[in-house]
Ligand binder design. Structure first.
Ligand SMILES: [Zn+2]
Length: 304
């Protein structure tokens, strides 16, 4: 099936109190692995392309085309999302590339400026059928500094959602981006209070630093979309490192990338089991079944 609208994944999950896993892509191996992991879990999933990922590739279009193609071949519902766009040009480029969901991040701006810019971008996106997420209460870690002290106020969140018209709201509740340890302590009472105050689904950023039980508790308290990046990169890199260490003569990138891809797929399946209490309850088209996306690890160079 082609990539689905974010509302088709987040809407039912929010109504049912389930979590949705949103995983950041870096290369095409990440996209393949995340979809394979979601198919094994029989759960829908979000493939996120961040502004930093676009900067790494030097352009949005090639990675967007690859990710949309992987999403379109999946046996489970997959939405493709632009993550943490701080510039409106990138939002416009995402819509042109047929990405149906964006996060516009004006969280570094003072509150009135964040509201004004986000409301403008949200109107532009809604005119084109693009789902829009924004952030209130700057979530730390993107600058490498792990400050998990920022907190979103429930009444301010309610006013922000109403004033901007966003479809989902990322809030600061104790997590921080790019954490290598999983010991962040979320403010579950604050999540519950924001959830009661805000009518749109809530998004947890920096979820890699939260242990499994904290993620499950966050979903129970009212979080829906759970963004995970670093946890997958830890799995990928550990597998690649192990593969290279085990065979110093190895030069074929397919061999070690395949090891990293397998590691991501397994971790995605495991995490979706934590986030989606009953992942098997999702509905799928008749006859849909997980595919075998790659036939196996190549045994050697193919002579080229
Ligand atoms: Zn984030």
């Amino acid at each position: 099936m082609p990539a689905v609208a974010m509302s088709q994944i987040v809407g039912p999950a929010s109504a049912a109190g389930r979590g949705v896993g949103a995983f950041n892509v870096i290369g095409i191996e990440h996209a393949e692995a995340i979809v394979t992991g979601a198919e094994a879990a029989r759960a829908p999933v979000v493939l996120a392309i961040s502004q930093n990922c676009v900067a790494y590739h030097g352009a949005l279009e090639p990675i967007a085309a690859a990710v949309l193609a992987v999403a379109g071949a999946a046996a489970v519902p997959v939405a493709v999302h632009l993550d943490h766009a701080t510039g409106e040009d990138l939002v416009h480029a995402a819509a042109a590339a047929k990405i149906g969901s964006v996060m516009y991040d004006a969280s570094a701006l003072p509150y009135p400026d964040n509201v004004a810019a986000t409301a403008r971008v949200t109107r532009w996106c809604h005119d084109r059928g693009v789902w829009t997420e924004a952030e209130l209460g700057e979530i730390g870690g993107k600058d490498g500094v792990h400050s998990a002290r920022a907190r979103t106020k429930p009444d301010e969140a309610a006013g922000y959602a109403a004033a901007t018209g966003v479809d989902a709201l990322a809030v600061a509740v104790g997590s921080s981006h790019a954490m290598l340890t999983r010991d962040a302590v979320l403010d579950l009472d604050l999540i519950a209070r924001i959830h009661r105050a805000v009518p749109v689904p809530l998004v947890l950023h920096g979820s890699s630093g939260v242990p499994d039980e904290g993620l499950a508790a966050a979903v129970t308290a009212g979080m829906t979309k759970i963004n995970i990046a670093t946890q997958l990169n830890k799995a990928f890199t550990a597998a690649v490192r192990g593969c290279l260490a085990a065979d110093p003569a190895l030069v074929d990138p397919r061999r070690y990338n395949a090891a990293g891809r397998d590691a991501i797929a397994g971790e995605v399946t495991r995490l979706l089991g934590v986030l989606c209490a009953s992942p098997g309850e999702h509905s799928f088209p008749p006859g849909a079944s997980p595919r075998t996306p790659w036939p196996g690890t190549p045994r050697g160079d193919d002579g080229a």
